[in-house]
Design a protein around this ligand. Structure first.
Ligand code: GDP
Length: 194
């Protein structure tokens, strides 16, 4: 078991708080409640690194985690598409993410986290299309796989392979059981350092 030693480098709530990071970066994107914080904690082997929200839509910042030994930076983007938040709030998020994407030249790939239990959702498909249009390599991670039947898991993998034509094959992941953890660590490093 190889823990990624992740150290929180910076947290940005506002555009001018976005740090300049020299290391190559891989971003994590996904709808609120998809399991992004759980995934970060699972990768780090630490429970309290990223806050797990019982209330969806709470994580509003960009969080920069340095994977020290691996030599790249994991950038946790604020969750999108939470239905109960206001338009103004959503625009603020979009602006923050946009500023980050404009500022960084060392972003090597974006990991799209999608819920394994659901067929591809419009917002997730839009994100992947948007990234592909910008020639940004996409890595699809199917979260909460422990809650998903084997048949559905395979169906999801196939759907996302066809939809996203991702740079890497979709990874089934569970923060609860650790499924896919090793594979994800490998692929993140490969994506960041290639
Ligand atoms: P975030 O909003 O994307 O950061 O999502 P969180 O990591 O806060 O998780 C949202 C909810 O889903 C929490 O109640 C988690 O316990 C649960 N969850 C996250 N990942 C998994 C998983 O792999 N398996 C199961 N069964 N539950 C999960």
């Amino acid at each position: 078991r190889t823990e990624l030693s992740l150290a929180l480098l910076a947290t940005a709530y506002l555009t001018d708080q976005i740090p300049t990071v020299d290391a190559p970066q891989v971003a994590l994107a996904g709808r609120s409640n998809v399991g992004k914080s759980t995934l970060v904690n699972c990768l780090a082997g630490r429970k309290g690194l990223a806050k797990i929200s019982a209330t969806p839509g709470k994580t509003r910042s960009l969080n920069f985690y340095m994977a020290q030994a691996a030599g790249y930076c994991l950038v946790d983007l604020p969750g999108y598409g939470y239905a109960r938040c206001s338009m103004a709030e959503r625009e603020k998020w979009a602006k923050l993410i946009d500023s980050y994407l404009k500022k960084t030249s060392r972003l090597r790939a974006v990991t799209a986290l999608v819920d394994c239990r659901l067929p591809p959702q419009r917002l997730d498909v839009e994100l992947v299309d948007w990234l592909r249009a910008r020639r940004m390599p996409v890595l699809v991670v199917l979260t909460k796989a422990d809650k998903c039947k084997q048949r559905d898991r395979e169906a999801r993998k196939k759907e996302w392979r066809e939809l996203a034509r991702p740079a890497f094959p979709p990874i089934l992941f569970s923060g609860k059981t650790g499924l896919g953890r090793e594979a994800l660590c490998r692929v993140l490093a490969e994506a960041a350092l290639s």
